[in-house]
Design a protein around this ligand. Sequence first.
Ligand code: ZN
Ligand code: ZN
Ligand code: ZN
Length: 83
Amino acid sequence: MCQQIAQGTRWGKCGHFQRHLVIAVLDCNTLRCERSCHHPPTCRSKTCATTFGKEIQRDVDFVDEYCFACRAAQAKAAGVPLR
Ligand SMILES: [Zn+2]
Ligand SMILES: [Zn+2]
Ligand SMILES: [Zn+2]
């Protein structure tokens, strides 16, 4: 299964990764993966992998805070309307 290599921000307080962009795809070099450049275009197999494996995360930025999703969840839990 191929893996996407993504680059993004690491949020220090919750450890979440916020993807900015996918910079590369790591090819698994198998014929049984539709994402691989080795996969035959004529292949009709239903068993080939179609999805990417676990994303490889490259931190290019570090913020010692909670990510937007976590802050929104906290605000919601506290009953504070988001602005
Ligand atoms: Zn693959
Ligand atoms: Zn196939
Ligand atoms: Zn978070």
